[in-house]
Design a protein around this ligand. Structure first.
Ligand SMILES: Nc1ncnc2c1ncn2[C@@H]1O[C@H](COP(=O)(O)OP(=O)(O)OP(=O)(O)O)[C@@H](O)[C@H]1O
Ligand SMILES: [Mg+2]
Length: 213
């Protein structure tokens, strides 16, 4: 069963490699605290010339009037998990610009662009740009435990995880389940194990064409 799944992924990756130009866009999404940024950072270190776009950089600033409609009186906070709390169109624009620049480079080497964030695969224009798509999952308890060790800006209000983060995540997972090209990774595994899986898919993609930049 596992072998068949792996074979199918390998075939999919090889078919995709034939359609690729000199850019490979790798989408990394997942539960909050599943290890997305850790993986993106490790990929950046392994792939010289690689660039990464993190969704966190596209949050609206606290105080922005566009957040007003997202205030949740029950949680006494804004719903930061909602797409309207982010400048998603700007993120799509920036990634497209980067792809275009790399393609115009006409380099024979393949450049890797990482797109990372908790809901990037649910935003269709962004998901459509990704050649490889990963979603890291962790269970609720691990997620909550890891999140408690972090300090966000603005910080989580009491009950924010239970009232907003987890229900929004469950809904998000439901929304993306029809995308059959998403590979689900286990966030309880070591980040190096997941890194190696992604690196081997990337290598498989670019081997057919040329080297990685
Ligand atoms: N595979 C792993 N096993 C155990 N702990 C991990 C693993 N990956 C990341 N962590 C830890 O979990 C926490 C969150 O990691 P990271 O910032 O990479 O997650 P994230 O998915 O980007 O979170 P966020 O939702 O804040 O964007 C960190 O404390 C990190 O050290
Ligand atoms: Mg992160």
């Amino acid at each position: 069963m596992m072998f068949t799944l792996y074979l199918l992924t390998a075939i999919k990756v090889l078919v995709m490699a034939k359609q690729l130009k000199n850019v490979l866009v790798v989408g990394i999404s997942g539960t909050t605290n599943s290890g997305k940024s850790t993986l993106a950072y490790k990929l950046l270190k392994h792939l010289p010339g690689c660039v990464s776009f993190g969704q966190d950089a596209y949050f609206l600033e606290p105080g922005d009037p566009r957040l007003d409609c997202l205030h949740d009186s029950d949680a006494n906070d804004y719903n930061w998990e909602d797409y309207r709390a982010l400048e998603m169109d700007k993120m799509v624009y920036d990634v497209r610009q980067e792809i275009q620049e790399k393609q115009e480079n006409n380099s024979k080497k393949c450049s890797v662009i990482i797109v990372e964030g908790f809901s990037i695969l649910g935003w269709k224009p962004l998901s459509n740009l990704c050649d490889l798509k990963y979603f890291i999952t962790i269970d609720r308890e691990t997620c909550h435990d890891r999140r408690k060790t972090r300090v966000y800006n603005p910080p989580d209000t009491p009950g924010y995880f239970e009232k907003i983060v987890w229900p929004m995540y469950v809904q998000h997972l439901e929304d993306i389940k029809s995308q059959e090209d998403i590979v689900y990774l286990d966030g309880l595994k070591s980040s190096d194990e997941n890194l190696n899986r992604i690196l081997s898919d990337i290598e498989m993609c670019v081997k057919e064409k040329t080297d990685i930049e």
